[in-house]
Design a protein around this ligand. Structure first.
Ligand SMILES: [Zn+2]
Length: 432
């Protein structure tokens, strides 16, 4: 299958007509149904019918995570509760969770989007889709599950954790597509080795991996160890869940399904729109959602848009892989540091495992970054002098890449806590 839904290859002009019509309907509906948006739109002088061109989007107000929290739990819903058939919520690390609601039609549209992502990763109705994202209020598990069923594939609702059992069933049932976070995929590969399960004992051919930023170096390692084609999937519950965008076989950016979402990149400080190619904060507007539709939602994820045509034939715009978040970017002695940048350096050094943590501390008013990284068992048994050389090499390479001196601490194999979901990459002791 080349694609799941013909809208994926709709010519640009037609696609933009569809976007304009849906944007106009969405904004006017929100103005009528959601007091929060009526107030915000009144503040910028919006009158129903004012959307005449896609560029009019830039005149609309932004929505933030705080807006969702302040209207907790259902204040931004655009339909009566009797029309809501599903609720999800994101685990707030601080304060109230953000709550999202779907109508029956929203669930169908979402499943269609996720079915498109599975096909983009090479999936067909013959596949067994091993869903190791968490099931529950988190959108990952049920999102992939409904997408697999919409495609007509076989959904295997594993949820996260219990890694040995995941692997046993993967062997017994012949799972062909693995859906989980990239760090958990690496954890699975490692436990497979411990169990003596080799690549030829499993039938995996593709991975649909997301919910945390990762690098091409990490992709190469996952592909090599599991013998799969690994595809980055992007989504967030506020906008719909997984299925906002996906890498096709080209693996050169993620196609954003523009019949449902309009993406923008803004300068996170000024809110100004940035042209294609420039990096900034990713913003989405829902144009095909009933229960909860957000205007210009600020994701805090850092990306850039690529409008060049893709050889796969999909006409939808591509976003670059997420390189970090505006809020978990570390600023250390004036240098902006994303964990993914350190990861990219580490993954190029032989003898280093993909398990690492960045520990930031403040010593005598000076910020210090310590890179803790596991080494392979062979390297760990080397003499101290060799280990010291390796520490120095890592520190040198990080310094030349980031322009920042760091402390490096090599760790025993398996001493850094393994991820069963999102990996904890940063421990910031400065806040304590
Ligand atoms: Zn493509």
């Amino acid at each position: 299958m080349d694609y799941f839904n013909p809208v994926e290859v709709l010519e640009r002009e037609r696609l933009e007509e569809l976007q304009l019509q849906r944007l106009r309907e969405t904004v006017d509906r929100l103005y009528e149904k959601v007091p929060f948006y009526r107030k915000k739109l009144d503040e910028v002088g919006y009158r129903p019918g004012d959307i005449r061109d896609l560029s009019d989007l830039k005149k609309l107000p932004f929505t933030t995570k705080d807006d969702l929290r302040e209207n907790y739990p259902f204040g931004l819903f655009a339909v009566p509760m009797r029309d809501i058939v599903r609720i999800h919520a994101s685990s707030g690390t601080t304060g109230k969770p953000t709550v999202v609601g779907y109508t029956a039609n929203d669930i169908r549209v979402w499943a269609d989007l996720v079915a498109r992502t599975i096909v983009a990763a090479g999936g067909t109705p013959d596949d067994i889709v091993h869903v190791a994202y968490g099931y529950g209020l988190f959108t990952g598990g049920l999102g992939l599950h409904y997408g697999a069923e919409m495609l007509g594939a076989t959904a295997l609702p594993m949820s996260g954790g219990n890694t040995k059992r995941q692997i046993r069933l993967m062997v017994d049932f012949g799972s062909t597509i693995l859906c989980c976070t990239p760090s958990y995929a690496l954890n699975i590969a490692e436990v497979m080795r411990e169990m003596g399960v080799t690549r030829d004992m499993i039938k995996l051919k593709a991975g649909i991996l997301g919910a945390e930023p990762w690098t091409d170096e990490m992709r190469r390692q996952i592909e090599e160890e599991l013998g799969i084609s690994a595809h980055d999937i992007y989504g967030l519950s506020e906008v719909v869940g997984p299925g906002v965008s996906i890498e096709c076989g080209e693996k050169n950016g993620l196609h954003v399904f523009e019949d449902s979402f309009i993406p923008e990149i803004i300068d996170p400080d000024t809110g100004e729109s940035l042209p294609p190619g420039q990096r900034g904060e990713l913003v989405f507007t829902n144009i095909n959602k009933e229960g909860l539709a957000l205007l210009r939602y600020r994701t805090r994820d850092i990306s850039a848009l690529d409008v060049s045509p893709c050889p796969c034939g999909r006409t939808h715009i591509r976003m670059k892989r997420i390189t970090g978040r505006t809020d978990d970017m570390l600023i250390i002695r004036g240098v902006n540091v994303f964990p993914s940048q350190v990861e990219a350096v580490l993954m190029q050094i032989p003898g280093i495992s993909p398990h690492y943590q960045l520990v930031v501390d403040r010593v005598e008013n000076l910020d210090v970054l310590e890179v803790q990284v596991e080494v392979s068992p062979e390297v760990f048994s080397d003499e101290i002098k060799r280990l010291e050389e390796l520490e120095r090499r890592i520190a040198d390479e990080v310094q030349s890449y980031l322009g920042l001196s760091v402390k490096v601490r090599l760790m025993e194999p398996r001493s850094i806590q393994r991820s069963e979901g999102k990996a904890v990459r940063v421990i910031d002791r400065r806040k304590m």
